[in-house]
Design a protein around this ligand. Structure first.
Ligand SMILES: C[S@@+](CC[C@H](N)C(=O)[O-])C[C@H]1O[C@@H](n2cnc3c(N)ncnc32)[C@H](O)[C@@H]1O
Length: 234
């Protein structure tokens, strides 16, 4: 696993990336959720603490990566009042086992990491762990995988005397999968002092694929703002 290369960069950029949009669009969907939420792929907890702020629900924050979980637990320990309400689960989504079905599930920026066969097997598992009428919300982008494009800077942030930069390139796509190359670069006075590369596959299923997977698992589509899909278990 080479993803650990990106961990030091994660919070630096995500607070300026998808997180503000999610913090605007997600709370209205969770109105009325009071008992329990499973967050799948909680990462470093950027959304987890918000879920706890928006709702009185008990939260199960599932995060299989030990590196991400370390930051998540560090974030939670800075909010001691949340520690009796947030349980951190170290398994992956397909292996989730809960004492009782949850009221809602949230999966933010995780779909890209799920291989198609894994994803297809996931929906029935989630349906089994969700209460009848329960809510499933996740991020989704229409249009399938991106077209190949050359290396470009995604974002850059100063940290003391260093500048942290992430660059990415789309190498190619095949069906719903695409191959991307990321460079994680640290510079000082314009000189590169550290640079590491990750090349990997990501997935962007089109609606025509996704919709039958979810309805086949017993979900019915509900209203959600652009960038999010919401479903109710029938
Ligand atoms: C881009 S991060 C998003 C983190 C967080 N949801 C956020 O929005 O900041 C994707 C997360 O999904 C997790 N992930 C990847 N595959 C997973 C799986 N099969 N089950 C659960 N989580 C997974 C990764 O470990 C990573 O922490």
């Amino acid at each position: 696993m080479t993803d650990f290369i990106s961990f030091p960069f994660y919070d630096l950029f995500q607070e300026n990336g998808h997180v503000p949009q999610i913090r605007e669009k997600l709370p209205p969907l969770l109105t009325g959720v009071r008992r329990s939420i499973l967050e799948i792929g909680a990462g470093t907890g950027l959304i987890t603490t918000s879920l706890a702020d928006w709702t009185p629900a008990e939260i199960f924050a599932l995060e299989p990566s030990a590196g991400m979980r370390a930051v998540l637990l560090s974030r939670l320990s800075a909010r001691p009042e949340l520690l009796d309400r947030v349980t951190v689960l170290s398994c992956d989504a397909l292996s989730v086992d809960l004492d009782e079905p949850v009221e809602a599930m949230v999966m933010i920026n995780v779909m890209y990491a799920l291989e198609p066969d894994y994803r297809r097997r996931l929906w029935p598992v989630l349906a089994d762990r969700l209460e009848p009428g329960g809510l499933l919300v996740f991020t989704w982008r229409a249009g399938g995988p991106p077209a190949p494009r050359p290396l470009q800077e995604l974002e850059s942030r100063r940290v003391g005397r260093h500048t942290y930069t992430v660059l990415s390139e789309v190498l190619g796509s095949d069906g719903e999968a695409f191959e991307a190359r990321y460079l994680y670069r640290i510079t000082e006075n314009g000189k590169v002092i550290d640079e590491e590369e990750i090349v990997g596959h990501a997935y962007r299923p089109v609606w025509e694929k996704l919709e039958p997977e979810l309805t086949g698992a017993g979900f019915v589509r509900a209203d959600a703002p652009e960038g999010l899909l919401a479903w109710r278990l029938a």
